[in-house]
Ligand binder design. Structure first.
Ligand code: GLA
Length: 755
């Protein structure tokens, strides 16, 4: 038996056990069928010589692989990477069309390799290690018994995360060309179906709403066929035990590091086995594998938690913040930005921009971002995408001149691009109308008056790189907001033959990744923020290139409670773009206080998106104060452990908190959406604190032990214990109220001092 640090292998029984302090993942090779058989995925269990006792077989009617053998049905084996076409009638993890037209593939286990660390996935975003000691990777090699097709299944286990990453690579070692029609990144068969399916559902301006429903027999899935991960669903799902809450119970998270069409699917079979799989959406996908070609799937990240949904989220947060996001900005505190979009829309000139920036600098902001409308002749959304040359009628000194002036104000300078798009009547469109995605001779649908450039073509990616490079080379740009404001329809590339049209969506995303890679390589100091009409591409794939993402175009504080609550299921706060905007709010018309707008936006990258030149002195004063507050707590926000406490999807109050790694400080946000007459007493139990530590709670100036705050909680009743005022004289707080509490440990404090 070979023992690696995190991977145990029983060579004789062909059993594989991946485990660290948190998680165990066990499978074996079934000696009869030579298939990988899933034995256990969940809380870490001790290793032992053999887990054979976990093999379950019942005498069931079935189609069997081998004559004379009645237990060789794949339908009754819990599998790791199932095929379709022989004896398993559930949905498969892969599908290949052979030259004859048949779709029977029979992969069998061949061998394995183990490596320290974690190899990169060529051309694709993936989690990584900083040193080889951080992880081990097991590669299982499967071979088709009828051909020279090889499939490699990669499993990585990290030393510290309760996570397993998986991906698959298809290699055509033969001479015939084959069509890959489905290639999931991961598939796991669970022995029971006592789960609820949780996922993030939405639309423009109401992204990442949490939905949770009991599993039922049959198929259920979320997916995208829009060319982007999309506003509608996120490439994520969780299988949650019915009794699981934010703080307790079992959860299995499935997250795909990918930005294009995906499927997250669960199938509960008639024996209540739950098959969960995740990968590129097989609908409208195919990939031609010629002799020697390989196809690498995106990476799936499987997280196990027995500490509720927060436990799952905290693993994703830490893993994605430190081992998916990359570059110089990964661990750096992110600048507080002011963006001119909602302040000016397309109507601005250099003078107006500088006035906003000047005000921003005075208030303590750190980065000015010039949004849409600076290039071509773009006075509305009907023109100029793809013409990345500054509009001198608006910006007389060009981007270079403006960037210098912004820098002189002591601010960093950021710029908006929408690199993947083109408008009609631009030089780019006139010269290269075949660079637009669409079927020649058929209508090409527009989205926001714009058309999608065919990023599956390297020359298109190259041409946009040249244009962006010309601006970035010249001007002092510290930040880029990379937008993408429509979905792909009529997916067809003029550059691909008919049998490869199913490759367009994936090749497109590879082109997007390629452009990102070229830009971050050449400009490593630039901070990228991804955006897609708000959160249409708020996915782990983007995080590899852009460490932050604009969560939604909806900046209303109340709506943002839901959006940010849902986003935090998977994504770290350091990645959640959240800004304070004007009232009445531009998306819903709601009027909320400056306080609640800040108290919500603090739980993300924090910034402003409003015309700060027209604010009252009182508003400016409160912004100044909020900025100071955020600067003081920024490290805690971006690196602390985040806990969701009360969900906006369940009631009228919402709460969440951050605790520093050493538990010496915490920040609590508590929000009440509507005022209630004659209210009941409200208390909020905190979590994650050190039970023995004495904390000072600001601004209420209480000293409380951690155990007391976690067992009893903060109390919210108005303090009228000494009052003799009649009820009609009480000050009512109104709708949309919030409280922020800052807790700092101070063990030297005596209880009495504060009483
Ligand atoms: C999208 C973005 C907005 C803004 C506009 C500009 O909608 O999400 O933040 O940049 O485009 O056109």
């Amino acid at each position: 038996m070979k023992e690696f640090q995190f991977i145990h292998i029983n060579e004789a029984a062909n059993e594989f056990h991946l485990s660290n302090q948190a998680v165990s993942y066990i499978f074996r090779v079934d000696p009869t069928t030579h298939q990988l058989e899933q034995l256990y995925f969940g809380k870490k269990i001790q290793h032992r010589k053999s887990f054979f006792y976990l093999v379950e077989r019942e005498n069931r009617p079935a189609n069997n692989l081998y004559e004379g053998n009645h237990t060789s049905s794949l339908e009754h084996i819990k599998q790791e990477y199932p095929s379709f076409g022989t004896t398993d009638f559930r949905y498969p993890a892969h599908q290949i069309k052979w030259p004859s037209g048949d779709q029977v593939t029979h992969l069998e286990y061949a061998s394995y390799t183990i490596s320290k660390g974690k190899p990169t996935l060529e051309g694709l975003p993936a989690t990584y290690v900083d040193s080889k000691e951080e992880a081990e990777t097991l590669t299982i090699i499967l071979k088709d018994i009828y051909s020279e097709l090889e499939v490699q299944l990669n499993y990585t286990i990290f030393s510290t995360f309760s996570a397993i990453t998986r991906s698959a690579c298809f290699i055509n070692r033969g001479t015939t060309t084959i069509q890959l029609e489905n290639a999931m990144s991961a598939s796991v068969d669970f022995p029971d179906a006592d789960f609820e399916l949780l996922h993030l559902n939405g639309a423009w301006a109401r992204e990442t709403h949490v939905e949770r429903k009991a599993l039922h027999t049959g198929l259920q899935s979320v997916s995208s066929a829009r060319g982007a991960s999309s506003h509608a669903h996120n490439p994520f799902m969780a299988l949650v035990r019915p009794e699981t809450t934010e703080l307790n119970g079992e959860v299995y998270g499935f997250s795909l590091i990918y930005s294009g069409n995906f499927t997250a699917q669960v199938e509960v079979d008639t024996y209540h086995v739950t098959r969960a799989m995740l990968g590129i959406n097989p609908f409208r996908f195919n990939w031609q594998l010629n002799e020697g070609d390989f196809f690498q799937t995106p990476e799936a990240v499987l997280v196990y938690s027995d500490a509720g949904l927060n436990g799952m989220s905290q693993t994703y947060h830490e893993l994605y913040r430190t081992r998916l996001a990359r570059g110089r900005w990964r661990d750096k505190e992110r600048p507080i930005l002011i963006n001119n979009w909602e302040a000016t829309y397309f109507d601005f000139n250099e003078e107006k921009i500088l006035e906003i920036a000047r005000n921003g600098a005075e208030l303590g902001m750190e980065l000015f971002v010039l949004d849409d409308g600076w290039f071509g002749k773009r006075d509305d959304d009907t023109s100029s995408l793809g013409d990345w040359v500054e509009d001198k009628t608006k910006l007389s000194n060009g981007i270079k001149g403006l960037s210098e002036k912004i820098h002189q104000l002591g601010l960093k300078f950021g710029l908006w691009f929408e690199p993947e798009m083109v408008s009609k009547n631009t030089p780019l469109h006139d010269e290269h109308s075949d660079w637009v995605i669409g079927v020649p001779g058929k209508n090409i649908s527009h989205g926001r008056n714009q058309f999608v450039l065919d990023f599956s073509r390297p020359e298109v990616v190259d041409s946009i790189f040249q244009q962006m490079d010309a601006i970035l080379h010249d001007a002092q740009v510290d930040y880029i907001k990379w937008d993408m404001n429509r979905y792909i329809s009529e997916a067809y590339s003029d550059a691909l033959p008919p049998e490869q049209q199913g490759e367009v969506y994936h090749r497109y995303i590879l082109g997007v990744y390629e452009l990102y890679e070229r830009l971050i390589t050449k400009y490593p100091d630039i901070l990228f923020e991804s955006c897609a009409g708000g959160g249409a591409r708020n996915d782990p794939g983007m995080l590899y290139y852009a460490p932050q993402a604009w969560a939604s175009d909806d900046t209303d504080a109340v709506e943002r409670l839901k959006i940010q609550y849902g986003t935090s299921m998977v994504y770290p706060l350091s990645s959640i773009g959240s800004h304070v905007s004007a009232v009445p709010n531009h998306q819903v018309g709601r009027v909320t206080s400056m306080d609640i707008r800040s108290n919500v936006a603090y739980f993300g990258t924090f910034g402003y998106e409003m015309d700060i030149t027209t604010l009252s002195d009182a508003d400016k004063e409160s912004i100044r104060h909020h900025i100071q507050f955020f600067k003081k707590h920024r490290a805690l926000v971006q690196q602390g452990t985040f806990y969701r406490l009360e969900s906006p999807f369940d009631g009228n109050t919402v709460a969440w908190m951050l605790v520093s790694k050493d538990q010496s400080e915490a920040l609590v946000g508590y929000y009440q959406i509507l005022a209630t007459p004659n209210p009941a007493y409200e208390r909020l139990k905190l979590t994650g604190l050190n039970p023995e530590t004495m904390y000072i709670v600001e601004p209420i100036n209480q000293s409380r032990y951690g155990d007391d705050l976690m067992a009893i909680g903060l109390l919210f009743a108005d303090d009228v214990t000494n009052g003799i005022e009649p009820t009609w004289k009480f000050n009512r707080h109104g709708d949309f109220t919030s409280n922020m509490f800052y807790l700092k440990s101070n063990d030297s404090l005596e209880d009495k001092k504060w009483e």
